[in-house]
Design a protein around this ligand. Sequence first.
Ligand code: C2E
Ligand code: MG
Ligand code: MG
Length: 700
Amino acid sequence: MVHLDSRKVLPPPGTPSPVQPAAADVAWDGAAHLPPHAALPMDGDLPGTADPPRPALRHAETPTPLPPRILVIDDNVSVLAFFRQILAGDDSESDQALDALEAEVFGAGEAAPPAPPRFQVDLAQSGEAGCEQVRQARQEDRPYAVAFVDMRMPGGWDGLETIEALWRADPQLQVVICTAYSDHSWDAITARLGRTDRLFFLRKPFERIEVLQFACALADKCSLQREREARLNDLEQQIAERTRYLQTALMDREAYERELYHLATHDALTGLPNRNQLDQRLAQSIGQADCTGQRLALLFLDLDRFKYINDSLGHKAGDELLKLVAARLEAAVRKTDTIARLGGDEFVIVISHLDHIEDADNVARAVRATLAQPFEVEGRELRVSASIGISVYPEDGEDAETLLKHADAAMYRAKSGDANGIQFFAREMACQALERVDLESALCHALQAGQFELHYQPQVNLGSGKVVGLEALVRWRRPGFGLVPPNGFIPLAEETGLIIGIGEWVLRTACQQTREWHALGYPELSVAVNVSARQFRQSDLPQTIHTILAETGLAARHLELELTESAIMERGEAVAQALNEIKALGVMLALDDFGTGYSSLSYLKRFPFDIVKIDQSFIRDVIDDVDDASLTQAIIAMARSLRLRTIAEGVETEEQLGFLTANRCDEIQGYFFSRPLPADGMSALLQASKHMPPGGSRRR
Ligand code: C2E
Ligand code: MG
Ligand code: MG
């Protein structure tokens, strides 16, 4: 047992010394606890000392794991050397020096302790130097696990000052106070340094094993702490990453939900609010109007003849036009007003905070004016007009649905009156709207109830004066309403799709009836059946015709299909194919109402028509109007040059007949010869052999 308070001064620079205050890089079996990122220790000199020749360092076999670092601060070099010998197991010195040291520290004859675990030991002769080393070690990210600190170091900081400075430099550092004096009581020390589990006491003279126990236990504790910290850091990192991931996922989901909500509440074509969104906004606006006592107006807007544009130019152009209309509407109203698309060509504008009812009229006028400017779609200039119906809250309805219904009814009135007009709702319109609803539901049942009938109008050949064909014209015997003409229900039937069933019935009935007339002795009679655009869009129309011809036994050449230009303008190639298929059956094709649509010659050349029916609007004034006369002449001449038969519709007078005969029109149809008749009326006409003089009338 030796007292280690003998003061020795370090040798001058370059002087060989048995104890070199330098770091020793050595193996340690507890190092598995070290964090993987711990840096390799550098060879270091005792700070504040000269540059003595270094002992040859024994490097560990592998650079990792690294031994824990221990700092010993003592002004006594013998003590420093002693610590170093115990902790670093430095065998680079001569046996003699070691023996002497051991004898000095432990006394001669004591048994050598077992091979100690080893550490990287650094030495410092003053508190200031030690503190600097601690700071440096932290900077290098290789902090010390333990510092052994002498309490009495004359000429510099004492032990307590040193420890305070050490903890400022590294709050995690574990400190073992080494003192031989009883003047430092534990209570006094903890009173100054505070109670902590990083402070320990080692009273001199101490055993070698005590030093080793402290070093091993505290190094282990330190490495366990670091491992725990590393794990915690790792966990924190994982949590942070997971949180980031979840946040991103949440944001993605929110964006997805926003997108879904947008899709559910907006019209896909124009991006405007749809019916759902309109209902919500209307409800809000009504709530606001109740609070402020102001009115709100609902404008129901429907484009005029949009169906015609759609049918003639195709859906793509129609869609393009709707988008442009939507953009113009948005530009025409205030940001606070709502514009929604209900579907098709129907838009609704909600004008909230309405001070005067006339303001709604002004907005409607502005909207019409902006739509009156031409649109450019697919290189064509299109002109569009709109009919607008207006309902006002609270006068015209107390809820969204009623307001919409009434604005819709007003719009219908606007459309049927002055097209491009504006109409405020009036009570009687509600009745008309109801009528339309009734009409639709009655029409649904009409076919099953057998309420349709066909009338036939003769077509007379001007050369022979004889009836050569009949046009089948449908009528609806609606209970309580009498005989309804086609214009009273065909447009609605087209809109609702009921025309498909009605059209098939007309075709079958007309074929059956004609077959009967053939059997009755009029075998050359042909029948013309009108086919609407919607029927024509059906892909199986050729098949339906084929089946009906087979069922009724009518020869295909006795059937003529009448199509209007608007029915065939859409989708050129598909139309050509369908027409060719129908033609291939042997059925004749007539272009109806020629002159009212685009009247394009190219249609006549492109599609396999046999007959051109000159629209009755030309025939009506053909005697008095020079333009109508020359147009009719031109149509007949053109049809003749294309080898097409001409039929003039709506011939009512002998003068008209004279004009058509003179201009070599092939056939006529009109009240002049006969009104459309029910089947038995037509049978009677045929039996009576009603005819015109051959060669028609020569009167002009
Ligand atoms: P449309 O095919 O041009 O038929 C000729 C129309 O002119 C018929 O009217 C006929 O009654 C009328 N008309 C005939 N001669 C004269 C005349 O001398 N003067 C005047 N002012 N009118 C005359 P209707 O029967 O009212 O049919 C109107 C339209 O309804 C038809 O025009 C046709 O487009 C359509 N239609 C009739 N039946 C059917 C059908 O079964 N299916 C389809 N899709 N449409 C039909
Ligand atoms: Mg017709
Ligand atoms: Mg016609």
